[in-house]
Every structure is written in structure tokens, then in C-alpha cells.
Design a protein around this ligand. Structure first.
Ligand SMILES: Nc1ncnc2c1ncn2[C@@H]1O[C@H](COP(=O)(O)OP(=O)(O)OP(=O)(O)O)[C@@H](O)[C@H]1O
Ligand code: SF4
Ligand SMILES: [Mg+2]
Length: 1022
């Protein structure tokens, strides 16, 4: 096996962390000291000590960080590490809810609410709550929707009860306490005749603040009821549900905690109140208290999401015997970067390092550069001041351009210049968008990981306006009209002008005017106009027979919108994703608003569009070979060689507005906070995080003027900048000619190479791709279909999601039966099984009750038959159900999959089974070169992956269990030869997708008539 073994040796302190497996340990150390590295090495050490991988739980802060950790673990340690549980808090709780459905009172078809759903539900809540204080001057209550949702997140993630909330409101010195003071002062002033305006203003404003807080609780309660009524939960609910289950059911807590014996948490400083409670509960339940957290109090940057400075302190209080280890050797940066950043952060006097209460832990955060490869690159930090922000931005882009041309930029594994070593870090997304266009003008590839609204993307806008016209062309046809000149409709100028003129004369909409003049007017391109109106009419005809999502799929296919954006090079993937986002959104909306039509869905989109609510395409979690444009918050945990931080002006950085701090009566902190000082620390920490992402080259910039207003460098940098040994300052005066030249350069659009940017993106996406039996089979059947479906994610008509939901209810029911048998030493009675099935079916989404009932009947009939067969299988033979694997190494790649049932034979060999709902296939069909070869591939894939993961166990037999026709089950004895066959196929697919080979199969081998992409697939090059 081709494992990449670590060649980096832990240092002495890191080794101490690695060796201390038992009891509570906190690693408190600055950036780049190897905290994440140590977690991985510690897990490695634990596995070497024969600790069961499944008893180790690692919690991380993001999906991307969890994937990264898992793949690093497997690459460093080997297959065994694939069974270590690595999760985000949400994913962990979501897993528990799925794994133990009986512990949670879940409603029928409940699903997580996304941003737009939350907002429409908030709208309903506001209609009912009818708030008085939360209104704008002109009476608009909806204006506060985003603010309310943020407040509710804060209430939920702090698990604030009504009692606590009102208790703080009625007793806290900043709330009712302050009100009483103000009232006393009022009386005093009144007596003295000194009721001045400034006093009256602050009196009124505090009174309003209190009333608003009361109103907010009412809004929250109404919102939460509506959320539940509409079958939604949000992410915070998931965590809170698990916490409640832990609190109310000790047995459940013990069951979960005894599953794990070791807990490891990365970026511990950023866990919020309820996430932290999950950690504490698990440690409490496990009694072993083998809990290892790593964090850095100087890197708390998510305070607004509930991560509080006292998280680390709480840990130390709860576990007073915690071993605190500080790491002082930095392996990321040069000494200059470290000294410079220490000068920034040490201005914050509230840090743990300076806090006398923690002196017993000997916290020391001064860092020494230890990376021998980086040391020689030590150079001074550059601070550039400019006359104007345009000049500033141009300088950065020009600097990056020169850097790319030079040989200072290292190469990546493919021996190409690695642009991802360069990053521009900013405070907000808008600044990144500016840099994106400037880089594009110079044909420099970039990756902007921030999400983008579908209302800012061309394809989804065209689709949105088309759908609006379909709903009512008389009212909503104008926007579509505006798009007629461009692709995919591309009316000629003459035809367009004619329609415009007609509209001016008769005020009728475009569809009506086309219809009325179709045969009488002499069109310039009649074919085009005719096609347009025929398509429109055909789609109108489908409106009442198709569900919203399928209607949208018909629209994108029949109008040519999808085909056009798939073939246009400019921002191709973004356009495809935006279309996909609308179909996903429609699907989600349909399920939760049963019986809704296209117009209802569009109302829902309108709300988002009008109130600027972001419906965004997903953030990418892979890194492309492109300049990285990242917000400072998003840069957490990452590292780059060349970092640029622009716009370091006081106005942007030194925001003293603290009014928002305790805007809600939530007081979970044990400390009293000086709000202004807290804000100051928070901003210093954000700057510190940004600066410490750098390995060796750091360029900081600011401008002396923005829009004619004078600006200055933030005072946070005054101290480090003055140190001439580590920083050098440049002041660029406005040199007209040079500046104009630069500006002209940036405006002169070098045409951006979209095609190669698209290829690069596909390459980067494929780099992280992990093959499963179904994706293997899909590629083997048609590589082009694999591209459409798995790589580009192009949506298709819902043919049979109902049967997939039915299948998953059957699977879960059978899994439950086995689990029940193992726990109670006997299989459950049939009626209990049927009950479980109905419950599971209710958790699935169906279009309507009739469909659900049909599947209920079908399921009961099948289970009745199949259960007799299952009862004949002694449950102690069944070694695992729903066995999932996701990081089984294969060369330098991985395999993933999911085995429904594993049985153990007395000779130690095992048998692997997959449940199939639907009609049985015969032995002659499930064979090489036959129609159901894919089933055989699937079984071989399982055998190979299982044996790789469990080298001491052989798979003797595999099979397919046809739940609905159990007499026709398929069994096969697989051998070493089957492993070779499947290895060959997997290797072939991996190699081809890496080479971006998506050629369709030879004509005689194509099965296009059943393909969902047949309308799109022109069989020509993409
Ligand atoms: N003992 C070591 N010898 C050499 N390199 C090391 C050692 N420990 C860690 N590194 C390297 O140092 C870099 C920083 O490590 P890592 O990302 O784990 O730091 P961190 O403390 O988690 O940083 P952050 O606070 O930014 O999350 C990585 O490239 C890592 O591989
Ligand atoms: S239409 Fe045929 S060639 Fe094109 S993707 Fe589908 S199966 Fe492949
Ligand atoms: Mg880290």
C-alpha cells in the first residue's frame, strides 16, 4: 500500500501532548505551533497503543477541516484511521439524531431550515407578533428580519431559557438596573428643573431597549412555533435536541459516551456555549475524562457567534487538574512575522498570558521560528501607504503579477507555479469582489471562497425572470423582455425593436404581442420568434401537470438556458451551480409547502430578491491553483507564503461602536465585560489571525484618502511598524502619470482565460473526489454522464425519489431490527417491526399522502415476507449493519461506500450483503458484460475495500437481498481474482477522471435512451 508516512518529527513539547493520553489536557499555544499537527500525531500514537479507532471522537469547526483531518489521518496512519470519528458539532449531532431516532421526538418529514426559509418563517411570525418597537420610522417591521434571526441564533446557541432571559432583563445592572438609575435621575432632574434633552434622549432610548428586548422574546417564541409547525429545525436546534436528550436521559448519554472514550477538539477557543456543553457532557458521561483540547485565546474571532473568551477558563475551572501545555516553537513563519504579530497582540492586556489568575499554568505565548526551510526567507514586513485606494489596489495586483512572473513563487506537485500560495485577506466580501475583477483584468486566476447570491449570477437571473413570465406574462414579462436580445433567446435587433414599438403603442406585454403578430408581421427571424413562443406555450401547458421542480427542469432544458450556460466559457461552473441552486431550492420548498405551485415558489424567491437575502451557491471546500481571496475570518487555520492585507485604515479597523455588545439580555458569562475593551481586543485578534497566516512575505497596505476623505493607518499597527528591524515603510505619493498608466492597464481587459480557469476548477474538484461503487459504475457506463452528474451536479427530473425514500425507510427498519435483537437478545415481534417501518417512512418526504400510503402498503407486504427470512439468521452472526467506510486508501486516493449488512462465519470469514428494493435480477443478468454488471462491481468493491480495511478478515461470500422477492436473492463466492478485477477498474476510472477524460462511450455501447441528459448531450466537446 502506498502510504505517505510522516517525516516530520514532533518536538519535545508536542511529544508531551502526544504521550499524555489520559485525563484532561489543554494545549494553549499561538498560531503555527502545530496544534492541529499534534492532534493528528496524538491519534496516531493512540492507534499504535491499540486503542479502538471508533472510540476516538475528534470535533472540528468546519466540514472542510473535518475532511482535511480525516484524509491526513489516513494518509499518515493508514486504513485503520478511517474508523476514527471526525465531525463538526452539527454533523455529530445530526448523526446521533439519525442513529437514535427513537430518542428524539421528530415530526413527520422534518428538515433543516435554510436562510431563506428562516426568513419567510420570520415574516409569518412578525405578522402574528405585530411588533411595535421593532419598526422603522415608516412602519416597516420586516426590516429587522436579519437582526431577529441573528438574535435568535444567539438565544439558541446560548440555551437561554425564558426565565433566565427575563431575569437578566429585570435585574442586570445594564438593563433594569440602569433603568432604575435613570428613573432616579429623572426625578432628581425634574425637581431641579434640569430635564435636558440629552438626558431625555438617553432615558427614552434605554426604555425602548428594554421594551424591544421584551418584544424580541415574543417574536422568538412565535418564530419557533412556526418553525416546528412547518417541519423545520435549525442547526442550533439539532445541538440543543442532543443536549436535551443528554440531560433528560442518562442512559442515552452513557450509551453515546461509552461509544467514545477519547475526545479531541481543534480550535477549541471558538466553540460556543452549547457546543461547549456537548463537549462537557460527553466527557462527563464517559467518566474517563480523556479530553484533549487545543486552542489559542489570541485567535478568538467568532465572538459574535457566541464563542466567548471565557470558554477556555470554564474548561480549566471544570477540570482543575487539567494539564496545560504551551507550545512555543513555531513551524510556519519567520521570526520577523512572529515578532511583528506579537507586537500586535500584546497590546491587548486582557489576554490569558497576562492574566494573574492563570499564573499557575505558566502560560507563555512568545514564539520562536523553528522551520529551517523558512528561516532563510526572513524578510521585513512591508507597509505601503498610497495617495488613493485605487492606487493601493492596483499596486497589490501589479505586485502579484510580478511575483507570478518571478521565480520566487514555488511549484506545486504538478510542477506548475503554485498560485494558491498567495492570498489577499480582507475584512469583507465586497473588497474581495473588487480584487477579483482586477485580477481578472490581468488574466490572473483567483479563487474566491465566499458564497455568491443567485441574484448576482446571470444564468439564475435569466431563469428567474423566465419563470416569472410563465406565472403571469402580463405583469411580469418586462424583465424577460429585457433579456430577449441576449442568449439563449437572441432575437434580432429588428424583431426586438418591433416588439418594443408595439409595447409603446398598445402597452401589451411581449408574449401577447408576439402571439398577436406572429403570422401577420414580417419578422426578421421568424424561426427564432416562433420557437420562442412555441416553447413558452408548451411550458405554460405543463404548468398544471408538473411539480415545481420538474417544471423548472423542463424550462432549463426546453428554452436552451442550461445548454447555453453549459457551453459558454465565461463563469461556466458558477452559472451551472446557480441553476442547480434554484432547482434545489424549489425541491426543498415543494416538500415543505405541499400543494404549492410555481407562483408560491416565486413569491418565496421574490422575498429574497427584494430584501436582498442571500440565496447563495455553496462555498467550495477545495483549494484551486489560483490566488486565494479570503476574508480574515475565513482564513482561520490556513497558511500561505505571500499574504497581502489591504485597507488597513483606522476608519475600517477601529470601530468603537459597542452598542451591539449586550444588545440582548443574555448573560451566560461569569465575568463582567468592559465592552469597549472587548471590542478593541476582538479587532486586534482579527488582525493577528490574518498576519500569522503568513509564512514569510507579508505586505500591508493603506491609503491616505478614500473618495476624497483623508484616511490614516490604523493605530493598531503603530507599535510594530515603528520597529525598523522587522518592518519597512513606503509612502507612495500620487504620481499622476504612473498612476494613470496603471489604471489604464487595469481597465484594458486582457481577455481572461475562462476555459483554462474552468479546467483548473474541475481538476481541483476532482482532486478531492472519493470514488464509491455507484460513481464507479456511473463512469464505466458513460464518462460524459459522470461529468454531468457527479462533477457538475446538473439537476435532472425527479423520476423516482419516492422509491429512494421508501428504500431508505426499509433499510433503517431492518437495521433497527438487528440492533434491537442485539440489545434484547431476541428479534422484535413483527408488529413492532411494522411500527418502526411506519415511523421511518414518516420521517421521509413524499409528495403527498397518497404516495406515502402506497409505499406503506408495499413496504408492509414486503417486510411480512422478508422478515421470516431474517428471523432464520441468528442475530449474533450479524457483525455490523450500515457499515460505512470513507477513507480506505487506494494508491494516493481513497474509496468510500456503505455495506448494509455484514455476517461473520465461525471460521472468522465474513459475508457482505446489500439490500435492494425493487424487482430481483437473475444470475445471468448479474455478470460481466451483462446488464447488471454494476451489481457485481458493487459487491467486488465492497469485498476489496473491506479486506483493505480489515487485513485479517477475508470476505467469503457476498450477496444481494431482494427484500420484495427474497426467494430470488443473489449470492456469490468472491475470490482474489475479483479483487484484481475491481482494482483494475477503480484504477482505470481514477486515472481517466484525473486526465479529464469524459468522452462518451463508443456509439454501440451507449445507452442514451434512458439517460437524463440526452437533451443536453450533444456529444461534442465541452
Ligand atoms: N514538529 C514540527 N516540525 C516541523 N514542522 C511542523 C512541526 N509541527 C508542525 N509543523 C508544521 O507547522 C505548520 C503549522 O502547523 P499547524 O497548522 O498544525 O499549526 P496550528 O498550531 O494548528 O496553527 P493555527 O493556530 O493557525 O491553527 C504546518 O505546516 C505543520 O506541518
Ligand atoms: S446522452 Fe448518452 S452519451 Fe450523453 S451523457 Fe447520456 S448516456 Fe452519455
Ligand atoms: Mg490549527
Amino acid at each position: 500500500m502506498n502510504e505517505i508516512k510522516t517525516i516530520i518529527k514532533p518536538n519535545i513539547k508536542q511529544q508531551e501532548c502526544i504521550n499524555t493520553i489520559d485525563g484532561p489536557v489543554m494545549v494553549l499555544a499561538g498560531p503555527g505551533t502545530g496544534k492541529t499537527f499534534t492532534i493528528i500525531q496524538r491519534v496516531k500514537h493512540m492507534l499504535n497503543q491499540k486503542i479502538t479507532p471508533a472510540s476516538i471522537l475528534c470535533l472540528t469547526y468546519s466540514e472542510a477541516a473535518a475532511n482535511e483531518m480525516k484524509s491526513r489521518l489516513v494518509k499518515e496512519i493508514g486504513t485503520i484511521a478511517a474508523s476514527v470519528c471526525v465531525h463538526t458539532y452539527h454533523a455529530f449531532c445530526n448523526e446521533l439524531i439519525k442513529q437514535y431516532p427513537n430518542e428524539f421526538e421528530l415530526l413527520d418529514g422534518v428538515s433543516p431550515a435554510d436562510e431563506i426559509t428562516k426568513r419567510s418563517i420570520m415574516k409569518l411570525a412578525l405578522e402574528e407578533a405585530n411588533p411595535q418597537e421593532y419598526r422603522t420610522k415608516w412602519g416597516d417591521a420586516y426590516y429587522f428580519i436579519p437582526e431577529h434571526l441573528k438574535s435568535i441564533d444567539e438565544i439558541k446557541s446560548n440555551q437561554v431559557t425564558k426565565e433566565e432571559y427575563f431575569n437578566t432583563l429585570n435585574t442586570h445592572p445594564l438593563w433594569q438596573g440602569k433603568m432604575q438609575e435613570l428613573e432616579a435621575e429623572y426625578i432628581e432632574r425634574e425637581q431641579k428643573g434640569k430635564l435636558v434633552k440629552t438626558f431625555l434622549n438617553s432615558y427614552d432610548s434605554h426604555k425602548r431597549k428594554i421594551n424591544k428586548a421584551k418584544e424580541l422574546w415574543e417574536i422568538y417564541e412565535k418564530y419557533d412555533i412556526k418553525l416546528k409547525q412547518n417541519n423545520y429545525i435549525d442547526f442550533n436546534d439539532m445541538i440543543n435536541m442532543v443536549l436535551e436528550a443528554f440531560d433528560s436521559n442518562e442512559e442515552f448519554l452513557t450509551k453515546v459516551s461509552s461509544q467514545f472514550k477519547y475526545f479531541l477538539v481543534d480550535e477549541y477557543q471558538d466553540t460556543n456555549y452549547s457546543q461547549n456543553k456537548i463537549v462537557f457532557k460527553l466527557a462527563e458521561g464517559a467518566k474517563s475524562r480523556n479530553i484533549f483540547v487545543v486552542g489559542d485565546d489570541d485567535q478568538i474571532i467568532y465572538e459574535f457567534q457566541g464563542a466567548k473568551t471565557d470558554t477556555l477558563e470554564k474548561f480549566l475551572t471544570l477540570f482543575p487538574d487539567t494539564k496545560v501545555i504551551c507550545l512555543n516553537e513555531n513551524n510556519r513563519s519567520t521570526q520577523n512575522i512572529l515578532d511583528f504579530s506579537y507586537d500586535i497582540i500584546s497590546q491587548d492586556k486582557s489576554r490569558l498570558e497576562f492574566n494573574p489568575n492563570f499564573s499557575q499554568f505558566n502560560i507563555s505565548k512568545v514564539l520562536t521560528a523553528k522551520n529551517e526551510k523558512i528561516k532563510p526567507l526572513n524578510s521585513k514586513i512591508q507597509i505601503h501607504g498610497f495617495a488613493d485606494i485605487k492606487q493601493e489596489n492596483n499596486f497589490i495586483v501589479k505586485n502579484i503579477e510580478d511575483l507570478i512572473k518571478s521565480d520566487r513563487l514555488p511549484l506545486n506537485d504538478e510542477k506548475e507555479k503554485d498560485l494558491s500560495k498567495i492570498a489577499i485577506l480582507t475584512r469583507d466580501n465586497q473588497e474581495l469582489q473588487n480584487f477579483a475583477s482586477l485580477l481578472e483584468a490581468k488574466n490572473i486566476r483567483y479563487q474566491l471562497k465566499a458564497s455568491k447570491s443567485i441574484f448576482d449570477i446571470k444564468s439564475s437571473l435569466v431563469l428567474y425572470f423566465y419563470l416569472k413570465a410563465l406565472v403571469n406574462h402580463e405583469f411580469y414579462g418586462d424583465k424577460l423582455f429585457g433579456l430577449l436580445l441576449s442568449e439563449p433567446f437572441a432575437f434580432t435587433n429588428a424583431d426586438y425593436s418591433f416588439l418594443l414599438e408595439q409595447n409603446r403603442l398598445n402597452h401589451k406585454d411581449l408574449i401577447t404581442n408576439i402571439k398577436e403578430n406572429l403570422e401577420t408581421h414580417k419578422w426578421d427571424n421568424k424561426k427564432k420568434v416562433k420557437k420562442f413562443i412555441n416553447t413558452f406555450n408548451a411550458l405554460l401547458g405543463l404548468r398544471s401537470s408538473l411539480n415545481t421542480k420538474d417544471l423548472i427542469i423542463e424550462v432549463i432544458n426546453r428554452t436552451g438556458i442550461l445548454e447555453y450556460f453549459l457551453q459558454t466559457e465565461v463563469n461556466r461552473s458558477e452559472n451551472i451551480y446557480a441553476i442547480k441552486k434554484i432547482t434545489d431550492e424549489a425541491q426543498a420548498y415543494m416538500y415543505t409547502n405541499r400543494g404549492s405551485w410555481l407562483n408560491d415558489f416565486l413569491d418565496h424567491l421574490d422575498l429574497a430578491f427584494e430584501s436582498n437575502i442571500p440565496i447563495t451557491i455553496e462555498k467550495e471546500d477545495y483549494t484551486q491553483n489560483a490566488v486565494q481571496l479570503v476574508t480574515l475570518h475565513g482564513s482561520k487555520g490556513r497558511e500561505f507564503e505571500f499574504v497581502y492585507i489591504p485597507n488597513l485604515i483606522a476608519r475600517k479597523w477601529e470601530n468603537k461602536n459597542v452598542n451591539n455588545k449586550m444588545s440582548l439580555p443574555i448573560d451566560k458569562s461569569d465575568k463582567k465585560i468592559d465592552e469597549e475593551a472587548a471590542k478593541y481586543s476582538e479587532q486586534l485578534r482579527l488582525l493577528f489571525v490574518g498576519v500569522t497566516r503568513t509564512k514569510h512575505s507579508l505586505t500591508l497596505t493603506y491609503s491616505n484618502s478614500i473618495d476624497g476623505k483623508p484616511q490614516e493607518l490604523t493605530s493598531y499597527l503603530s507599535l510594530p511598524v515603528d520597529n525598523e528591524n522587522i518592518a519597512e515603510t513606503y509612502n507612495h505619493t500620487m504620481q499622476n502619470e504612473e498612476f494613470l498608466f496603471e489604471l489604464a492597464q487595469s481597465i484594458k481587459k486582457v481577455s481572461f482565460d475562462y476555459a483554462s480557469a474552468f479546467n483548473d476548477e474541475i481538476k481541483a474538484r476532482i482532486k478531492n473526489f472519493i470514488i464509491s461503487p455507484s460513481s464507479l459504475n456511473q463512469y464505466l457506463a458513460c464518462p460524459r454522464q459522470f461529468l454531468y452528474s457527479t462533477v457538475l451536479n446538473i439537476p435532472i427530473l425527479d423520476k423516482d425519489t419516492a422509491s429512494a425514500h421508501y428504500g431508505s425507510a426499509i433499510h433503517r427498519t431492518l437495521q433497527w431490527a438487528v440492533q434491537h435483537a442485539k440489545e434484547n437478545d431476541r428479534y422484535p415481534d413483527y408488529n413492532l417491526l411494522e411500527e418502526a417501518f411506519i415511523k421511518n417512512l414518516n420521517l421521509e418526504k413524499f409528495e403527498n399522502q397518497t404516495v406515502r400510503d402506497e409505499y406503506k402498503e408495499r413496504g408492509i407486504k414486503s417486510l411480512k415476507q422478508y422478515y421470516k427470512q431474517l428471523l432464520e439468521t441468528p442475530f449474533d452472526r450479524i457483525f455490523a449493519t450500515e457499515y460505512s467506510f470513507d477513507y480506505v486508501p487506494f494508491d494516493n486516493k481513497f474509496l468510500k461506500g456503505f455495506i448494509d449488512r455484514i455476517e461473520k462465519n465461525s471460521d472468522g470469514t465474513v459475508e457482505l450483503y446489500d439490500y435492494k428494493t425493487g424487482s430481483a435480477k437473475s444470475k445471468s443478468q448479474i455478470a460481466d458484460g451483462k446488464d447488471y454488471e454494476n451489481y457485481l462491481n458493487q459487491l467486488r468493491f465492497y469485498k476489496y475495500a473491506f479486506e483493505e480495511q480489515n487485513p485479517d478478515t477475508k470476505v467469503a461470500r457476498a450477496g444481494l437481498i431482494f427484500i420484495e422477492e427474497p426467494h430470488a436473492n443473489f449470492y456469490i463466492n468472491l475470490t482474489e481474482a475479483d479483487n484484481e478485477i475491481i482494482k483494475g477498474k477503480i484504477g482505470y476510472v481514477y486515472e481517466n477522471i484525473q486526465n479529464l477524460n469524459f468522452e462518451p462511450p463508443r456509439e454501440e455501447e451507449r445507452k442514451c435512451e434512458f439517460c437524463d441528459y440526452r437533451h443536453l448531450c450533444k456529444l461534442n466537446e465541452l
